[in-house]
Design a protein around this ligand. Sequence first.
Ligand SMILES: NC(=O)c1ccc[n+]([C@@H]2O[C@H](COP(=O)([O-])OP(=O)(O)OC[C@H]3O[C@@H](n4cnc5c(N)ncnc54)[C@H](O)[C@@H]3O)[C@@H](O)[C@H]2O)c1
Length: 285
Amino acid sequence: MSYNLLKGKRGIIFGALNDMSIAWKVAERAVEEGAVVTLSNTPVAVRMGQIDELSHKLNAPVIAADATNVDDLAHVFDESIKLLGGKIDFVLHSIGMSPNVRKKRPYDDLDYDMLSKTLDISAVSFHKMIQTAKKMDAINEYGSIVALSYVAAQRTLFGYNDMADAKALLESIARSFGYIYGREKNVRINTISQSPTMTTAGSGVKGMEKLMDFANRMSPLGNANADDCADYCITLFSDLTRKVTMQNLYHDGGFSSMGMSLRAMDQYSKSFDEYRNEKGEIVYG
Ligand SMILES: NC(=O)c1ccc[n+]([C@@H]2O[C@H](COP(=O)([O-])OP(=O)(O)OC[C@H]3O[C@@H](n4cnc5c(N)ncnc54)[C@H](O)[C@@H]3O)[C@@H](O)[C@H]2O)c1
């Protein structure tokens, strides 16, 4: 159902890879709500992913860019302003990748070159995006910038690895830049801390299915899926949230405020055997 919440607004959506991507759902909802958008992803993702399909469906031009490259980002803002016919009202940063997770390097054996890539792609790119936009004065007053985060920024979750550090930095950038951009141009910057969601990036997280089951049992409203997340993004892009900035907003069915639920307790009580690894050794933790 459309409420026309984004009528006349122009947006840039970074990070739609395939129809499971959270960014994909956000782009669809934004257009449904009356916005015009451009889509951006890496040249490889544009070649290998399904973004062209989304582009045709939404009549949304694709502008390839590596979000760690400032010149690429400047090109995205420049082209988007030209193609959409004016300055930008909202931006979604839906980008994350950890080479350490991909290469299965555990947190106590990180490769530091890979750690810098994790931080650059998943967090510093957010700063680069905002700084580039601000220098170009590419965003309208009361524009809204949103990035997607995860509760591992605040609490340790097994297997999330160096992405936890990247998310902590991402959320900090939203606060630090939110102050400056808000003060000078009334531009809002927030992060949404989303439930575990089965996407291409999500499926890289160790034990993802069990993590999703655990989060679901712990959350009074159950896990929020990618469509739910898109709805929440739309509210933050809309004029109904003009005084919301510098926040990390939990969109997780209540998970982040829970300690233990009946459903999780019930599952937990089914076995008190210690966890054993593939060699049969007891592993604590
Ligand atoms: N899936 C989850 O469980 C979950 C939960 C909370 C937050 N998030 C966050 O949501 C965001 C979107 O992830 P998703 O789950 O939709 O997965 P996804 O794999 O569909 O999206 C990740 C995107 O990042 C893009 N990307 C990687 N490197 C890039 C670069 N250098 N420049 C530009 N783009 C680059 C990928 O091409 C891809 O489109 C990420 O920030 C992720 O951490 C996901």
